[in-house]
Design a protein around this ligand. Structure first.
Ligand SMILES: NC(=O)c1ccc[n+]([C@@H]2O[C@H](COP(=O)([O-])OP(=O)(O)OC[C@H]3O[C@@H](n4cnc5c(N)ncnc54)[C@H](O)[C@@H]3O)[C@@H](O)[C@H]2O)c1
Length: 429
């Protein structure tokens, strides 16, 4: 029986932990979260002994090594501290991205793990989703010929963006990470995976264009519940979380999306009560034009890979739905993929266009199946029973996506200067 310890029982930790707990070959031996309510939510379901549930990380770590692997799903700026503690206790890790917003800390984790024989898988869940695996297989098969150009758009819905990057956990770069790292380290990882090449140089532009005080409507209040515009504003809190009116492009079922970040109950009255009366939860009821957010809402990155492939990547908040759109142009044909549907279009030159259908789970339910996929991969890693089709996201691969983001942020802060990747620290010998 494989043993897993879990640190951080928020949306991600609960999600992966539930996939682990469903398996008959895995036992969750210890858990830790700052909030007792989050522990109470899972301890019976996951069958965790009462004396192995902790709200204090020092007590949790003081147990020593009580599992084969630790899942770390705390916040971005705590990953380094938690990963190093766990590695030093002898754990292998399933570690949430980003490794750290500081590239030297990323390199420290990689170096320690490599030198001490620890295995670290990073939660780049898209690599484990059938949809993205299919795209990678098509590229690998060579039917597209030489890959000359990739255009990739990370289109974040306005409601997801407001939840995470305006009102929520990832709104302030200094507390978590730049938006490009928090959201697009997956996309950078896909680019590295698809091209099989490191980046040579890049430039980037981006800023906080819309969700700022200049766009606050006249007479708007700082809290949605007091605001005269509440019945018409697209970003209003009840509209966002409780389905006061139907959001086009979002579907009825997704109304409670994201609420676990501030309320463990999924009852509408509890959510409303938390948004109105709980000090922490009420930050999600703030006017989106009166928050303390500073991360960008629109960014572009232009990359030249070492193998000559050119990539144009964009990320922005101005969409009705969450989706990624990818166009891959090669010397023998074009692949066009839009992950809202399950269709990959393949137009090989001189041939009839093809549609390839891949069964997927919606993004909101678990990254098209990638969340469950990475749990399966972790079990494979721990039992030395690797699925040969599965391309693991080892920490050494993750370093490249994080270096690319580091370079893009450097460029953005220097007005779009072209940054040569040799300026960014790489894996140490
Ligand atoms: N792989 C992905 O696709 C993906 C998607 C979203 C978020 N993430 C990343 O996953 C991580 C977690 O995100 P989330 O959405 O679950 O956030 P969250 O805030 O919902 O969860 C974090 C949890 O960790 C707990 N925690 C924080 N510090 C702690 C400590 N010192 N001791 C004990 N518990 C502590 C918090 O109470 C919270 O329950 C973040 O780093 C985020 O960037 C990854």
């Amino acid at each position: 029986m494989l043993k897993i310890a879990v640190l951080g029982l928020g949306s991600r930790g609960k999600n992966y932990g539930t996939h682990f707990a469903k398996r008959s070959d895995v036992q969750i031996t210890a858990v830790c979260d700052k909030y007792q309510s989050k522990i109470d939510k899972i301890k019976k379901l996951w069958n965790v002994p009462e004396d192995k549930c902790f709200t204090d990380e020092d007590k949790f770590f003081a147990l020593g090594k009580v599992a084969d692997c630790m899942l770390i799903a705390t916040q971005d700026r705590d990953h380094y501290k938690h990963a190093m503690k766990a590695l030093k206790l002898g754990y292998d890790l399933l570690l949430e991205k980003p490794l750290s917003p500081d590239i030297e800390e990323c390199l420290d984790i990689e170096e320690y793990a490599r030198k001490n024989g620890r295995r670290v898988l990073v939660c780049h869940v898209l690599r484990y989703a059938n949809y993205y695996r299919k795209i990678q297989q098509i590229i690998q098969s060579g039917v597209l010929g030489e890959i000359e150009l990739i255009k990739h758009d990370e289109n974040i819905s306005y409601w997801h963006f407001c939840h995470s990057y305006v009102r929520g956990n990832w709104r302030k770069e200094e507390e978590t990470a730049p938006m490009l790292l928090a959201k697009c380290c997956h996309d950078m990882d896909l680019m590295y995976w698809f091209t099989g090449s490191k980046c040579k140089s890049l430039n980037s532009y981006g800023d906080l264009t819309y969700f700022n005080a200049q766009h606050k409507p006249e007479g708007a209040k700082d809290n949605c519940f007091d605001c005269p515009h509440r019945m018409t504003c697209n970003f209003e809190v009840e509209h966002q979380y409780l389905g006061r009116k139907k959001l086009i492009g979002r579907g009825k079922k997704k109304f409670l999306w994201g609420t676990y970040a501030f309320c463990t109950s999924s009852k509408k009255k509890d959510i409303l009560n938390a948004l109105k009366n709980d000090e922490r939860a009420s930050q999600w009821a703030r006017c989106v034009f009166a928050c303390d957010n500073n991360v960008v809402d629109c960014q572009t990155v232009n990359m030249l890979m070492e193998n000559g492939t050119k990539i144009v990547l964009t990320a922005n908040a101005f969409n009705e739905q969450d989706y990624r759109h990818t166009e891959i142009r090669g010397s023998k044909g074009v692949l066009i993929a839009d992950d809202r549907g399950s269709i990959i279009r393949l137009n090989l030159f001189g041939q009839k266009p093809k549609k390839i259908i891949v069964n997927i789970i919606p993004v909101i339910k678990g990254h098209y199946g990638g969340d469950e996929g990475i749990v399966k991969a972790t079990v494979g890693m721990l039992t030395d029973n690797h699925d040969p089709d599965m391309q693991y996201t080892w920490i050494k691969d993750t370093i490249e996506s994080h270096r690319i983001v580091q370079a893009a942020e450097l460029s953005r802060h220097e007005g779009g200067r072209t940054v040569d990747m040799s300026e960014i620290p790489d894996i140490r010998k």
